[in-house]
Design a protein around this ligand. Structure first.
Ligand code: SF4
Ligand code: SF4
Length: 340
């Protein structure tokens, strides 16, 4: 993150706004991935589910997204689903209009269908394709977005591969290396990110990594990042997987990102996972990235995270938003933190 962007983000926080917005632009997805959190019963807090919401199509969707963006004025917008490419016509129409606003846009997709060729040349657009494991496992989990289909649909694009590491993958030594050996030599791949599977509290699933598997995944990533430059994960970020935030109140990512579902109204809390996520087992790369920034100490003394959390409380008070309850790491007066 560039210094100017950090300063802009900080300014937004101090005004009680979120620098980052994530929108589930459709409730539809042609995939049925095991462990998908978006279609969980509690994703929207219980009661309504993503499939039961009424969503938008056509011009109403384009105008609805632009209205939300103009109202919330994020610096970074993540477009997710369902699968956003279900609404590819609307996306192709809204993309230049979003980028004209000077924001960074990320589209997270399974690449079950092709993308507009001009997307490959758009600055500030990052297309993230979810690829969960090597061909044998991925093709079972993520049909119809199989390896063959992804390879065809990303031709001519410049994409980021995002892979969620599961307990099943970590049962086979060398799995992450094989994955990088397959994907990184390809021209279409700009970079690769790994997350670790994040469960809801109380879930028992084969996707969940055991403590030893989590340790091994971290150790593997620390080695692999040196051998595969496209593995775009700094050491500080990878090390955060060993100490995820204990609660949403400690999670800078959750505190600085608003997530809105497919009716363009329903807010998803406490973070993009919704429901009651198990923060102690969190493996979200975005959360770890911001945790690594938050752990950095200004002048070697004041953690950036304490300043961010203090600023969030000031911003909420300024904007008349409900206060975020203090946690142990940020129990001091925010003004004291800002005054150093
Ligand atoms: S592609 Fe994403 S939204 Fe669709 S089922 Fe898979 S995990 Fe869920
Ligand atoms: S991103 Fe991870 S740590 Fe942050 S609130 Fe969600 S589950 Fe918890």
């Amino acid at each position: 993150m560039k210094t100017a962007e950090v300063v802009k983000a900080w300014g937004r926080i101090l005004r009680g706004q979120s620098p980052s917005l994530s929108i589930e632009i459709t409730r539809e997805c042609p995939l049925r991935c095991p462990g998908c959190y978006a279609y969980g019963d509690d994703h929207l807090g219980g009661g309504a589910t993503l499939r039961s919401l009424s969503d938008y199509k056509g011009q109403a969707l384009v105008e609805g997204v632009l209205e939300l963006v103009d109202r919330m004025r994020p610096l970074h917008l993540s477009i997710v689903g369902g699968d956003p490419l279900v609404r590819y016509r609307e996306l192709e129409q809204m993309m230049p209009l979003l980028l004209q606003r000077g924001i960074h846009v990320q589209v997270v997709t399974s690449a079950f269908r092709p993308m507009a060729p001009e997307w490959a040349r758009m600055e500030r657009l990052n297309v993230v394709v979810s690829i969960d494991g090597l061909r044998a496992e991925h093709d079972v989990r993520r049909a119809p977005a199989t390896y063959d289909r992804i390879l065809k649909n990303i031709s001519g694009q410049r994409i980021t591969v995002h892979s969620t590491v599961t307990g099943q993958m970590m049962k086979r030594p060398g799995y992450l290396r094989e994955f990088l050996e397959f994907w990184t030599p390809r021209e279409e791949i700009r970079k690769v990110w790994f997350s670790l599977f994040t469960p809801q509290k109380g879930e028992v699933l084969p996707e969940i990594l055991g403590p030893e598997e989590r340790e091994r995944a971290i150790a593997d990533m620390l080695v692999l990042r040196k051998e595969f430059p496209k593995l775009d994960m700094p050491e500080g970020l990878i090390r955060q997987f060993a100490r995820p935030p204990h609660s949403p109140r400690e999670c800078v990512f959750a505190l600085t990102t608003k997530t809105v579902s497919a009716d363009l109204k329903t807010k998803i809390t406490p973070c993009q996972f919704g429901g009651n996520p198990d923060c102690d087992s969190c493996g979200c790369i975005a959360s770890m990235g911001l945790a690594a920034v938050a752990a950095h100490k200004l002048g070697g003394v004041i953690p950036v995270g304490a300043i961010f959390r203090g600023s969030i409380r000031i911003g909420n008070a300024w904007a008349g938003n409900p206060p975020v309850a203090p946690d142990s790491a940020a129990a001091e007066s925010p003004l004291r933190i800002l005054q150093g």
